[in-house]
Ligand binder design. Structure first.
Ligand code: ADP
Ligand code: MG
Length: 310
């Protein structure tokens, strides 16, 4: 392709919100064998919603939600925001109009003090409330702290996961108390884009830190056969490198802080949406419209510019 052709393609991309950082990046998109999608916030809307909270102990539901929200208050994770919202509505729905108070003020007066907070990447959060240790997260967070999940809760959890929901488990003072089910709907264009890539001869892959059962259920809905689940944030780039070792060219599409090393390791990194600054920095492409169709637009544009339409 001539420098002019590359300039024109870059301009065409930009007019669609597909920003490419230079001619090399534009050329590399032409030959990708795999497109790896992060699940949360990339294939899904990233707008998690709690659909159920269930207690498996004597604890009162209101107390349970207060404790969980207090533990999540310091977390930046999208799941934390969903949990806070749910707890807030449980306590204050209907009472908000009658008070002139702002949501933040109400929250501040209602949450319990959490000390020794730590985020455990890919697993959840840990803190102390009322002098008791509180754990909120996945199976592996609880099991590595020696918390046993009762059989009845395990059955409930498996059911949630098989219907594509993420189960968040809660332990208080060394014992399991209950769980929350969270759903994060697919983006409306996700399945069409996955199908489109297959038709172009590109293999779609889904990559996530979420558990295998939820991941498989989401992958099935969206039409992806190749799933890599329970991948810790640090392991995402390794998944890409292992595909590259086999001689494949790999594109990675992601949105979060966790995805930056993977975006950088990929032959073509695509940051979707406003994303985080750090993800945008690590990427070759920025897809500003937050629409997965632009992954296809980017590959198409590259193929047309370099005249190697397959
Ligand atoms: P993803 O790859 O889908 O973005 P993460 O690596 O961020 O997932 O998280 C993996 C899993 O760890 C989540 O599905 C959840 O079970 C658990 N987790 C992470 N952060 C939190 C949190 N703040 N509260 C509860 N659970 C969490
Ligand atoms: Mg993430």
């Amino acid at each position: 392709a001539t420098p002019t052709a590359i300039m024109v393609a870059t301009g065409v991309g930009a007019s669609h919100g597909v920003l490419v950082k230079g001619g090399d990046a534009l050329e590399r998109a032409e030959s990708v064998d795999y497109v790896i999608f992060d699940k949360t916030g990339t294939l899904t809307q990233g707008k998690a919603v709690v659909t159920v909270a269930k207690i498996f102990s004597g604890m009162d539901l209101g107390d349970f939600l207060t404790i969980v929200a207090s533990a999540e208050a310091s977390s930046e994770h999208p799941l934390a925001k969903a949990i806070m919202e749910y707890a807030f509505h449980y306590h204050f729905n209907g009472k908000l109009e009658s008070t002139a108070q702002k949501k933040e003020e109400i929250m501040a007066g209602w949450l319990l003090e959490a000390t020794d907070f730590s985020a455990v990447p890919g697993k959840g959060v840990q803190c102390a409330i009322n002098g008791k240790i509180v754990l909120v997260g996945n199976r592996s967070l609880l099991s590595e702290n020696g918390i046993r999940i009762p059989q009845e809760a395990e059955v409930f959890l498996v059911n949630l996961e098989e219907s594509a929901k993420t189960g968040i488990l809660v332990a208080y003072d060394g014992a399991f108390v209950g769980l929350l089910g969270i759903t994060d709907p697919l983006k409306r264009e996700a399945a069409v884009v996955v199908e489109g890539l297959k038709k172009m001869g590109v293999k779609p892959v889904m990559l996530t830190g979420d558990n295998w059962r939820t991941a498989r259920a989401v992958a099935k809905e969206v039409g992806v056969e190749d799933v890599r689940a329970e991948v810790m944030p640090a392991g995402k780039a390794d998944v890409i490198r292992s595909l590259q070792k086999g001689g494949s060219k790999v594109a990675m599409v992601g949105d979060g802080i966790n995805d930056s090393p993977a975006l950088a390791a990929a032959d073509v990194g695509m940051a979707i949406g406003a994303g985080t600054d750090i993800a945008v920095e690590a990427a070759d492409y920025v897809l500003v419209r937050n629409n997965l169709e632009d992954v296809i637009t980017a590959i198409d544009l590259s193929r047309k510019t370099f005249n190697r339409i397959r």
